[in-house]
Design a protein around this ligand. Structure first.
Ligand code: GLU
Length: 290
């Protein structure tokens, strides 16, 4: 039997904090206990926010924690052609369309809709895209495409879901509401998600499923904040013919006000804790390992 494959996939857009330490240590420990492999992936597609010094700090902080990963680190920015190929495949299935509204315009349109009543929001609380660009006349779409205007490439969720029934995943951890076991995926809750943008030729959802498949990841162990995103990931895996990993969503490390930790909160940053004298064993204790 092939050994299970785990991964930790941070974005180098800030320094690691206790929440990252918990996720990385949990993945690393589970891999070790099960005789599995542990991979590191750098999710650096957002060129505007990711910086080399944050990436260097990730390696340093993980090594300090006593975590060892396989030598080949996958850096997403070096694999844009893999995501392009997946996007082309979805496009050939007729499931991708461009939308041209800016984020500010979408916010304005949502506020306008909301004057007439509630407007649906995705599990992260963002308003669903109305789908107006789907009904653009072909000449207008062409004109906008040729104008060089910024655009987002979106998944036509209704069309994508039409080809699927009974999409599920195996949850070995726990969702935010205690969900476990064989769970029904509900990608519709996200609406027409963005798969790529003019300036970033992929998205979190697309690259994560492509990478997990290409890296042979069999166990996705990550925070409960990504629990609902799993529905979109399962749909993309189905559409792209990719294997299905098992999922284990873990509790989040919260601050004293009950909020998710942020990369800018110094008190829980690994670097700050280390310079204040904390040792790796203290970090393990602080995140709840005995
Ligand atoms: N890069 C994501 C993050 O830093 C994690 C992605 C995942 O584990 O699926 O939150």
């Amino acid at each position: 039997m092939m050994p299970p494959v785990f991964r930790f996939a941070p974005s180098p857009n800030g320094y690691l904090h206790l929440g990252h330490a918990f996720s990385a240590l949990l993945n690393f420990d589970l891999a070790r206990e099960s005789g599995g492999r542990f991979l590191l992936r750098i999710e650096d597609i957002d060129a505007a926010r990711c910086r080399p010094e944050f990436e260097a700090a990730i390696y340093e902080d993980l090594a300090w924690l006593g975590i060892a990963w396989e030598a080949a680190v996958r850096r997403q920015s070096e694999h844009l052609s893999d995501y392009r190929a997946a996007l082309d495949r979805l496009d050939r299935l007729g499931l991708v369309y461009p939308s041209f509204e800016s984020r500010a315009e979408i916010a304005r349109l949502t506020a306008e809709h909301e004057t007439h009543g509630p407007w649906a929001r995705d599990p992260d609380g963002a308003p669903l895209y109305s789908g107006t660009a789907k009904t653009l006349a072909p000449e207008e779409r062409k004109r906008l495409e040729q104008s060089g205007a910024p655009y987002a490439l979106r998944l036509d969720m209704a069309a994508a879901c039409a080809s699927v029934s009974d999409l599920t995943w195996t949850e070995c951890g726990e969702g935010p509401g205690g969900e476990q076991g064989c769970l029904a995926a509900r990608p519709q809750a996200w609406g027409d998600v963005v798969l790529a943008r003019k300036e970033t030729p992929t998205s979190y959802h697309l690259s994560v499923v492509v990478d997990d498949a290409l890296q042979g990841v069999t166990e996705v162990v990550r925070g409960q904040d990504l629990f609902h995103a799993t529905s979109v990931h399962r749909l993309l895996q189905h559409l792209l013919g990719l294997p299905e990993p098992v999922y284990r969503h873990h509790r989040l490390i919260l601050d004293e006000t009950g909020r998710k930790l942020s990369k800018s909160t110094k008190a829980t940053g690994l670097r700050e804790l280390r310079s204040a004298g904390a040792r790796p064993a203290d970090i393990r204790r602080m995140v709840g390992f005995c």
